[in-house]
Structure formats: structure tokens, C-alpha cells
Design a protein around this ligand. Structure first.
Ligand code: XBP
Ligand code: MG
Length: 254
């Protein structure tokens, strides 16, 4: 039997529904500023989400949808990096305007973990800047200090589904995988956390509900609240109505 010592959260799609009305909108603003006629509609964006990382996603789009594209200035790699920096600027603005709330039950679970002395960490593909803006705009300026490790973006050479980001978090926490639990929302995220041998709970969203979550311990609609329980999609939730430390502890012991 292992005690739960840390919860490692993914960010995009897990803490908040950031993709369709956040990242996607910001990409399109950056494209527009650059005079590009690219427009990532919600459905196309769903396909592009298979590629994790904003810079990697832009590069994939150019390779597959814009053959022969030549940037207006400089090399392609630096052009993509600048375009992505502009996208980050727009995305942070959206967060600062309070446009993206946390998903159901996220604050409750974080509060529960803090009360019970469970350590918190983040493993995400997005940039540190974006994580900071999301946490500050939803949980307040202090909340950054609640997370012992915030592993983000290019801190590791390979993004999810590679397990590098989760391995990095384990190293920083100085914990073995069997005392940690990951919360993810996508197949790429689950491959990454399971690749680091961390048991994983999935809260799905509209972009990921049909993903393959093989190996996940529990798949639910969202973290739920007592008054607004989650829907159980796969696994055994012991009759729980919401994802809390006690349910995570049960999962650790399965
Ligand atoms: C999130 C992503 C990110 C965001 C964009 O994946 O794929 O690329 O869409 O972020 P995960 P950046 O939730 O698995 O971490 O543009 O900042 O890269
Ligand atoms: Mg995610």
C-alpha cells in the first residue's frame, strides 16, 4: 500500500478548457497580425491538437497545409518562434481578462490536497508564462507558490507524449512514481505520465473525449462537485461523486 504524496497536474484541458477559446484564438490573432490568411477553425484545431506544443503545431501546419511556404523574413525556425511569442502574448492577455475559468472541481481538489499536506506539481507542454497567467488569474497571485514544481514547455527536449516532462517532475520532487498521481485530459498526456510509471486519472473534454486512454486508472467527465457529480466513463470510482484526495488515495492502493 502506497500513500499519496503528490498530485501532478496537466494544465491545458485539465485545469481549464484553454484550447478552443484560448490558445486557438491567440494563434489566429498572431497569424492575422503577421498578415497570414491562416485561420484555425475549431474543427481543424482539434486535428492539430495531436501535435503538442505551439511551435511544433505551427511547424506541422506549415509542412502539411502550406506546402512551399516561405516566411516573410528570416529563417523558418525563427519565424515560427516569433509567431509563437506573439501568440503567447495574445493568450496571456485573454487570461488576464479573466476569459478562461478553471474546470469544475479543480479548486476544490487543490484546496483538499493542500489541507491534507499532499504536494502539488505541474507537468505541461505549454510555456511557464502561460501557466503563471492561468494560475494568477484564477487562483490568485499566491497560488504559484502552492506548486512545488512547475515543469513547462521547452524545459525538456521532447514534449508529451514523451515521458520526459513527468520524469523531470519526479526528479525535482525527489519522489518515486508509485507515490504520485497524474491528472490528464488527453491520450498524449496519458502516454507521457504512464511512460513515467505514474498512475493517471483522466478528466475528458470535448476535444479529447474519443481519445484512447488505455492504461489510465479512472476516466471521468470532470473532477465534479458533491452537488454536481462527475460521470464515470471508465474504471471504478467506489461510488464517489467528485475527485478528492480520498478517491485518489483509493486509486493508489488498487
Ligand atoms: C497542451 C498543448 C499546448 C497548447 C499550446 O498539451 O498541446 O501546446 O495547446 O501551448 P498538454 P503553447 O495539455 O498535454 O500539456 O503554444 O504554449 O505551446
Ligand atoms: Mg492537456
Amino acid at each position: 500500500m502506497s500513500g499519496l504524496e503528490a498530485i501532478i497536474f496537466d494544465v491545458d484541458g485539465t485545469l481549464a478548457d484553454t484550447e478552443r477559446d484560448g490558445h486557438r484564438v491567440a494563434f489566429n490573432c498572431a497569424f492575422n497580425d503577421e498578415g497570414l490568411d491562416w485561420n484555425w477553425a475549431p474543427e481543424l484545431y482539434g486535428k492539430l491538437l495531436q501535435i503538442t506544443g505551439g511551435k511544433e503545431r505551427i511547424q506541422f501546419y506549415i509542412n502539411n497545409y502550406c506546402p512551399g511556404f516561405v516566411p516573410s523574413s528570416g529563417e523558418l525556425k525563427s519565424f515560427v518562434a516569433e509567431l509563437h511569442a506573439s501568440k503567447t502574448h495574445y493568450y496571456v492577455q485573454l487570461l488576464k481578462e479573466g476569459k478562461i475559468p478553471l474546470r469544475v472541481g479543480v479548486k476544490r481538489l487543490i484546496d483538499d490536497a493542500r489541507k491534507q499536506g499532499v504536494r502539488l506539481a505541474i507537468a505541461t507542454t505549454t510555456t511557464r508564462e502561460n501557466v503563471t497567467a492561468l494560475l494568477e488569474s484564477t487562483l490568485g497571485a499566491d497560488s504559484l507558490s502552492w506548486f512545488e514544481v512547475i515543469a513547462a514547455g521547452d524545459i525538456v527536449p521532447l514534449k508529451k507524449p514523451d515521458p520526459a516532462i513527468y520524469r523531470y517532475v519526479l526528479e525535482q520532487l525527489n519522489l518515486e512514481p508509485h507515490v504520485c498521481l497524474a491528472v490528464e485530459d488527453s491520450a498524449n498526456g496519458v502516454k507521457s505520465s504512464l511512460g513515467a510509471n505514474i498512475k493517471t486519472v483522466v478528466t475528458v473534454n470535448a476535444y479529447t473525449e474519443n481519445d484512447d486512454f488505455s492504461g489510465a486508472s479512472l476516466v471521468i467527465s470532470d473532477m465534479g462537485e458533491e452537488a454536481d457529480p462527475f460521470k464515470l466513463l471508465d474504471g471504478y470510482a467506489k461510488g464517489a461523486r467528485c475527485l478528492d484526495v480520498s478517491l485518489l488515495q483509493e486509486i493508489m492502493n488498487q
